[in-house]
Design a protein around this ligand. Structure first.
Ligand code: B1M
Length: 210
């Protein structure tokens, strides 16, 4: 019988092969896919999120654990769809125009996916128009912008203005983050939330859904 702790611990160790094998085994044993997701994968990713926030582990460990999470999700996803497990919310994310940094954004994305969000990743160097198009197309609960440069963070208010001009600002929550971003800046440009790290981004996102 598969032990959820074993899945969680393998994920935390970043052992993608083991995670895959255990998830497959659990499915063969007719364990409910949602339980595997919540008690195995998400619970492991939550531990990673907390350790990362507390500086007990660093970027490489998070990326390796996230890769293991993806390996497990690849096996589980078709079953989750079949059994109708709903995402807890939809999140569109991208790095703003002119900015090519994506390591932090990818971490935020992976942690959000780990928490049960469907994440639409627009990539890097995303113009205000592309953000607006994505909101119209995907109708997310939240859009998240990442910026690592003081020269590109100024594109964040441009996105908010473009959402206003398109008449859809009130349809989504706007979250921003990245090394040069502060709570003050978020308030100044009218964003709904600022998150200093991936774990807080998940907490904020969950609070919007709640
Ligand atoms: Co760049 N770079 N870089 N760089 N780079 C910085 C940001 C810099 C601080 C280095 C320095 O000079 N000390 C500096 C910016 C200075 C400034 O603007 N004040 C800088 C510069 C100048 C540049 C170039 C202009 C260099 C050049 O070409 N002359 C150039 C710009 C290219 C461009 O974007 N147009 C450039 C290029 C690059 C690389 C391509 C080489 C590479 C990026 C690779 C990639 O991302 N695929 C790179 C890197 C790696 C860095 C540093 C070293 C590391 C950034 C990183 O990934 N950190 C960085 C110096 C540093 O920060 N020590 C630097 C790890 C990551 C996990 O943290 O992204 O902060 P971070 O994400 C965190 C939080 O901020 C938060 O959660 C994450 C996880 O906890 N977060 C969010 C991030 N986004 C969020 C969104 C949210 C919520 C939270 O909600 C939506």
């Amino acid at each position: 019988m598969v032990d959820f702790n074993e899945i969680s611990e393998s994920l935390q160790r970043g052992d993608a092969e083991k995670v895959k094998e255990l998830v497959k085994q659990a499915l063969e044993e007719k364990v409910i896919p949602r339980d595997i997701l919540e008690n195995g994968l998400i619970s492991g990713m939550n531990v990673i999120g907390v350790k990362f926030k507390n500086n007990e582990i660093y970027v490489p460990e998070v990326l390796i654990a996230a890769r293991a999470m993806h390996a497990g999700m690849d096996v589980l996803r078709p079953k989750l769809v079949e059994t109708g497990v709903k995402n807890i919310g939809k999140f569109v994310i991208g790095t703003v125009k002119g900015d090519l940094h994506d390591i932090g954004k990818n971490l935020v994305k992976m942690m959000l996916e780990g928490a049960g969000f469907e994440v639409i990743d627009l990539g890097v160097d995303i113009s205000p128009d592309k953000f607006v198009e994505a909101v119209k197309e995907h109708q997310p609960n939240i859009i998240g912008m990442s910026a690592l440069l003081t020269t590109t963070m100024v594109n964040m208010p441009e996105v908010i203005k473009a959402l206003e001009d398109a008449g859809i600002r009130d349809k989504v929550k706007v979250m921003i983050g990245g090394a040069p971003i502060t709570q003050n800046y978020a308030e100044q440009i009218g964003a709904d939330a600022y998150s200093p790290d991936a774990a807080s981004a998940v907490e904020e996102a969950k609070s919007f859904i709640a």
